[in-house]
Write a protein that binds this ligand. Structure first.
Ligand SMILES: Cc1cc2nc3c(=O)[nH]c(=O)nc-3n(C[C@H](O)[C@H](O)[C@H](O)COP(=O)(O)OP(=O)(O)OC[C@H]3O[C@@H](n4cnc5c(N)ncnc54)[C@H](O)[C@@H]3O)c2cc1C
Length: 469
């Protein structure tokens, strides 16, 4: 439990932040104290709004000196509750908003932690370059949050996760010292790569204040298609074919089951069927290329070959940007579409790609056996071996009673993930939601090594104390 913060510490913090650098106004605090789905609510004695790395260092330094806990927060779009304080100082990065540099020759952009992902993409585009990380919350999610959760999203197949996109970091360590590592090098073999420790640390090893990120050439040709398939295995077979056909041109490969598509069509206005007949499974494929017309030609070749080999039952190639957006909308609204359907046990898991089709079939059977009538909605970045495996309450059932069984039901799914040599958190992190549960699946050596690193950097455990181990 987090201890109350002494009044003299609050005064010191207010004084280093200045009169407009903090708030205790309940209306100002309210949106930062609740997770977007309303699943976690929290409290804080002070919202700190530092404007610079120096102010972040001053705040964290005071907190370290007095053993006061701190929770960093970016855009508050995290899905495991790690950004919601429970009595800690809430340190928001909302005023760390500068794009510090764009260097096209270095293929690098340097942004502060509170710049949103969408703003980063736009700044790169203005300089004639491409920043590839993309996810549905990109208008609000920040670069600091993306790095701290090692975000994935829809372009991982081609460009990797956030960890692969960071060249350098600036961060305030738990003792208030500034780690200045804003290099923009592709090669730097001078010992431990310390920035990698902070990536995916969910705010437990310090506050990221800025990052230098990799940029890429703009892709001039892009083709988007939706295909209908009989099974998840057909999707994996199609992906293997697509990779071979395009020489690495597959940027997105997203799976959706019929039930998830039906939820979107039923519950989200202005959405429509993507193909003329319903299919048990769908894949949204996006191919890109730096050569004009190459993605479109590649997609036509791929779809023709896949039809011939009996891999797909039907396909629609987007004829314009509006149609491509309509396809993406059905994919991106999979979570929103299931919300009106009642309570759900949600799982963000990954297994080796070669085993994902078997996993989906076996986990669906296990969920239905454990709770007859429950409705599985499986969707996601299947090209990365990542599936969002959600189990919805039976139609008309008591949502609270179903939610009460979440831990038991999720254990069945997570045990199966472990049996498939997978991960119980593919891209959202552990946060408040899964930290305790993850202990079941990590070896003692893994847990002790992580604890040793944390203790070395944060002996008083002031940074996000309820998150990780
Ligand atoms: C609709 C929707 C779709 C999403 N799709 C995806 C997806 O496809 N892929 C994916 O990976 N995620 C996805 N997410 C999850 C979420 O968007 C990401 O986790 C995102 O990276 C969080 O960024 P944020 O700025 O909102 O961080 P927050 O939610 O504010 O914080 C997340 C964690 O990072 C820590 N943190 C934040 N900023 C800092 C900092 N500067 N220094 C240190 N620690 C910090 C917090 O303490 C917390 O533990 C989705 C979320 C939503 C709502």
């Amino acid at each position: 439990m987090t201890l109350p913060v002494p009044a003299d510490v609050l005064s010191k913090l207010k004084s280093v932040l200045g009169p407009d650098g903090w708030s205790v106004d309940p209306d100002r605090l309210a949106p930062k104290l609740v997770e977007w789905r309303g699943r976690w609510r929290g409290e804080t004695p002070l919202l700190a709004l530092p404007r610079s790395t120096e102010e972040v260092a001053a705040v964290v330094g005071i907190c370290f000196e007095h053993g006061v806990a701190v929770t960093p927060q970016g855009g508050n779009t995290g899905l495991v509750g790690g950004q919601i304080p429970e009595g800690e100082i809430l340190l928001s990065t909302e005023r760390l908003r500068r794009v510090r540099d764009i260097a096209p020759v270095d293929d690098c952009i340097v942004v502060e932690a509170g710049v949103t992902l969408l703003e980063t993409q736009a700044a790169a585009a203005e300089a004639g370059r491409f920043f590839p990380l993309s996810l549905a919350a990109e208008g609000t999610a920040t670069i600091g949050g993306n790095i701290s959760t090692n975000a994935g999203g829809t372009a991982v197949l081609r460009y990797g996760v956030m960890r692969d996109l960071v060249l350098g970091l600036e961060a305030v360590l738990p003792n208030g010292e500034v780690f200045s590592g804003l290099k923009r090098l592709r090669k730097d073999n001078t010992g431990y790569d310390l920035k990698q420790l902070l990536i995916g640390a969910e705010g437990t090893l310090g506050v990221i204040t800025a990052a230098s990120l990799k940029l890429f050439p703009v892709m001039v040709s892009r083709a988007t298609a939706v295909v209908g398939l009989a099974s998840p295995q057909a999707a994996v077979d199609l992906l293997v074919r697509a990779k071979a056909e395009t020489g690495g041109g597959v940027e997105a490969f997203e799976l959706m089951g019929r039930r998830g598509v039906e939820n979107v069509l039923k519950n989200i206005p202005d959405t429509r069927e993507m193909l003329s007949e319903p299919h048990p499974w769908y894949v949204l494929i996006e191919l890109t290329s730096g050569e004009p017309g190459a993605a479109e030609a590649g997609m036509e070749r791929l779809l023709a070959a896949a039809f011939e080999e009996g891999l797909i039952a039907d396909a629609a190639l987007a004829q314009n940007e509006a149609q491509a957006k309509a396809f993406w909308r059905v994919r991106e609204d999979q979570s929103a579409g299931q919300k009106p359907e009642g309570a759900a046990w949600k799982h963000d898991v990954s297994v080796p790609l070669s085993r994902i089709a078997d996993f989906i079939v076996e986990a669906t059977a296990a969920a239905e056996r454990f709770h007859p009538g429950s409705r599985v909605v499986a969707f996601g970045h299947v090209g990365d071996g990542n599936v969002h495996f959600d189990v919805l309450q039976p139609l008309g059932a008591d949502g609270a009673a179903f939610s009460a069984l979440r831990d038991e039901g999720s254990k069945i799914i997570h045990d199966l993930v472990a049996a498939y040599d997978g991960s119980i958190s593919a891209e959202h992190g552990l946060g408040r939601m899964k930290s305790a549960e993850a202990l079941r699946y990590k070896s003692p050596v893994q847990v002790e090594t992580m604890r040793a690193i944390r203790t070395a950097l944060d002996p008083k455990r002031i940074m996000n104390p309820r998150v990780l181990f």
